[in-house]
Every structure is written in structure tokens, then in C-alpha cells.
Design a protein around this ligand. Structure first.
Ligand code: PLP
Length: 397
């Protein structure tokens, strides 16, 4: 193993780099999870997390990875045998639909091309055809982490409304929450699923369900047996700032600081920072002469960019070279995109120089691997990254 100096560049699309103040909070002594200090922490994080989902309704926090919150969204609202409408946007939407099968649900999955997002017109047409109202839910991924495609959730809501269909809307925001604008209440989402390890800048280990009134009502008649993931016990304990079982105390201590950091920066500034990083990254990729996996500009993800290498060049070899030489991790291609694409994460805790450094490492790797490209992608990106500096600062340089 080569010895590296400096910090590792963790530029995968999650888990993301955890800032020192959050690490320090996690490293604080564990507190009594049934004591008054914990109740204060519980109240604070349960209230603070709502602002990130943009909801006035309860948000449940599980000590699980995001997959646990996927399952919770399904088993709390549906019954075995229920039909769902899902949309294949990539690897993660596919995994979620596989889970529905394991649970004995019946998902109809609209085929996708892994380069575009959810087509709301198709959702509307499918729901209009469903005269018996057999679909109990529409479940989609907001930001498909395998492809770097962000779907328009407000458009999905409008499609459901236009069809006059009562299906619940379940949305996965695991790689968009706290990084790309998302509005649980305004967009009429019934269950939003989130995770700690991406935009929230925490290590993996917490996941979330934001719950609408309609979803809560559905949970009263849902036929799935459930215990650990049941909302009712959780919500009852949460009302007093507690959890029905031992919570991830230290991750919650970290979550408190993560929420403070996001609120101090301001969510709109956080979103703008991600937009700028994504724009700079795409500029470099185009300059190098490569295709972006996402083909619709309106659906470009602000949290990651999946880059297609020219035929005959291995994305995994490039990633291996960059890891060995520059101590930087980039995301691999998933499923049919294995070795075909690599994914650049630009989410969570980063600044302009993190992005410039990431792109520099890639450009050096392209040269080292002899992958044909146009030099100067980093310089092109720098014009965008520096573009937000005030003119005085630029003039003074
Ligand atoms: N959904 C999306 C969009 C994801 O990116 C991921 C993980 O990267 C998951 C679901 C699964 O979450 P986890 O790996 O935390 O269980």
C-alpha cells in the first residue's frame, strides 16, 4: 500500500466527508438516552430536521442506513399484495422495486433508460388507466445516485393530481436531501425517505421518514406486521424527545451540529454551492470531451456527475490509478454502468478548492492512463468556481 500524505479526497456520491465540528460532536461522551439532556437533544434534532425536509409534519429518525427507511416507508403505509407504480431511473430505483417484491408487494416498474428521470406524463397516463384505483402508491427516486439524474417531484405530484388518483407519493431523497431544493409539504409528498451520510455530512447510520397526514392515516390501516420500523411507537416516544429503543446517541449529537451548520450557511446558499460545483464539474467534463450520463439539462444532478468514458477505456482502471496516485476515491459505475462510467461526488462538505482539487486529480489520472482528452478542463472549471468571487477580490489578485 502506497504511503500518502495530506487528507484523503472522498469524492464518491456519499458517504461524504464529515466536517470536524460534526466529528467532534460525535466524539463527545455518550449521554443517558433516557435522561433530561437527551430529551433536549431529541427535541432539537426532531424539530431541526423538519426544516431540511421543508415540512411541518413529523420526521422519524431510524438507526439504520437508508435502506431501512425505504422499508419503513413501505411497511407503514401499505399492505401485502398492494400494487405500486415505480419508475426505473437507475440502480437505486431498481433496488427499491426489488425490495417491494421481497415484501410481497406488486410493483409495476416503468422501464427507463438510466439517462433520464421520471416521466410525469407516463405516470399520469398509467394512473388515468387505473380505473379501479388499484395503485396504492407511486414510489420514485428524487436524485438517482447511479446516473446523476434529478427528477421533477413537483411534476410527479401534478401528474397524480391531474389523474385525480388517491395513490400515496413516496420519494427517496437519500442523495439530494440538504443539497438540492426539496419541499415535502409544498410538493404534497406522503413519505420522504432520507439518509445521514450524504448532504447531511454525517457518517452512515441514520435514516429518515418525513410523514404526511395522509401517510399517517394510511399507517392506521396498513396490513404489514412491523415492530422495529413502526411509526406509532416512534412518534409516541418522540413527542417527549425520546426513542422507543436505544437511539444512535452520538450520531444524533452529530446531527444537531450538522443542522446548525446547514442553517448557519442558509439552505439556499447550500443549494447554490452545490449547483456551482456541479456546473464547474460538467464544464470540465465537456472540455475533456466526455459525455455526461444524464442527457437532459433540466435533470442534471447538483450532487454528482456520472461521466462516460470513450469506448475501450475502463472507468475502474482510471479510478484505481487516481486512488493509488492521488489518494482520491471516485464513485464506480453500478449495474450495467459498471466500468463504463465513473461518478464524481460534489455534495456535503466541500468548497471551491475541493472541487478544483477533485477535477485536477481526474485530469492527472486521464493523462496517466493515456485516455484521450482535451487538456485544460480544470482551468475551464476554475472560471466558474471563481465566478462568484466579488470583483474587488478578483481585481486584487
Ligand atoms: N437510495 C439512493 C438514492 C441512494 O443513493 C442509496 C445509497 O447510496 C440508497 C437508496 C440506499 O441507502 P443505504 O445504502 O444508506 O442503505
Amino acid at each position: 500500500m502506497q504511503q500518502h500524505t495530506g487528507r484523503h479526497f472522498l469524492q464518491i456520491p456519499g458517504p461524504t466527508n464529515t466536517p470536524l465540528p460534526i466529528l467532534a460532536a460525535i466524539a463527545k461522551p455518550t449521554i443517558d438516552h433516557r435522561g433530561p439532556e437527551f430529551a433536549e437533544l431529541g427535541h432539537e434534532v426532531l424539530a431541526g430536521i423538519r426544516t431540511v425536509f421543508k415540512t411541518g409534519n413529523p420526521v422519524v429518525i431510524y438507526p439504520t442506513s437508508g435502506t431501512g427507511a425505504w422499508e419503513a416507508a413501505l411497511v407503514n403505509t401499505l399492505s401485502p399484495g398492494d400494487r405500486l407504480l415505480m419508475f426505473e431511473t437507475g440502480w437505486f430505483s431498481t433496488l427499491w422495486s426489488k425490495m417491494t417484491k421481497c415484501l410481497g408487494l406488486e410493483a409495476e416498474v416503468v422501464k427507463g433508460d438510466w439517462r433520464t428521470g421520471v416521466n410525469a406524463d407516463v405516470i399520469e397516463a398509467k394512473l388515468r388507466e387505473d380505473k379501479t384505483r388499484s395503485y396504492k402508491a407511486v414510489a420514485v427516486v428524487h436524485n438517482e445516485t447511479s446516473t446523476g439524474v434529478t427528477s421533477d417531484i413537483a411534476a410527479v405530484r401534478r401528474a397524480i393530481d391531474r389523474a385525480g388518483h388517491p395513490a400515496l407519493l413516496l420519494v427517496d431523497t437519500i442523495s439530494s436531501l440538504g443539497s438540492i431544493d426539496y419541499r415535502h409539504d409544498e410538493w404534497g409528498v406522503d413519505v420522504t425517505v432520507g439518509g445521514s451520510q450524504k448532504g447531511l455530512m454525517l457518517p452512515p447510520g441514520l435514516s429518515f421518514n418525513a410523514i404526511s397526514d395522509k401517510a399517517l392515516a394510511a399507517s392506521k390501516t396498513s396490513g404489514f406486521p412491523r415492530a422495529f420500523l413502526a411509526w406509532d411507537d416512534m412518534l409516541a416516544a418522540n413527542a417527549n424527545g425520546f426513542f422507543p429503543y436505544t437511539p444512535s446517541t452520538n450520531l444524533l449529537q452529530g446531527l444537531k451540529v450538522a443542522l446548525e451548520m446547514l442553517h448557519d450557511e442558509g439552505l439556499n446558499q447550500v443549494f447554490a454551492r452545490h449547483d456551482r460545483a456541479a456546473n464547474a464539474t460538467r464544464t470540465a467534463v465537456r472540455h475533456w470531451g466526455f459525455d455526461i450520463q444524464c442527457v437532459n439539462e433540466a435533470e442534471y444532478s447538483s450532487t454528482l456527475t456520472a461521466v462516460r468514458l470513450p469506448e475501450g477505456h475502463s472507468a475502474d482502471e482510471l479510478r484505481r490509478e487516481i486512488l493509488a496516485r492521488a489518494n482520491m476515491s471516485l464513485g464506480n459505475g453500478l449495474g450495467p454502468l459498471a466500468d463504463r462510467v465513473f461518478r464524481i461526488g460534489h455534495l456535503g462538505d466541500f468548497n471551491n478548492l475541493t472541487v478544483a482539487g477533485t477535477l485536477s486529480g481526474i485530469e492527472m489520472g486521464l493523462k496517466a492512463r493515456g485516455i484521450p482528452h482535451r487538456k485544460g478542463g480544470v482551468e475551464a472549471a476554475m472560471d466558474i468556481l471563481g465566478g462568484n468571487w466579488p470583483p474587488a477580490a478578483r481585481a486584487a489578485e
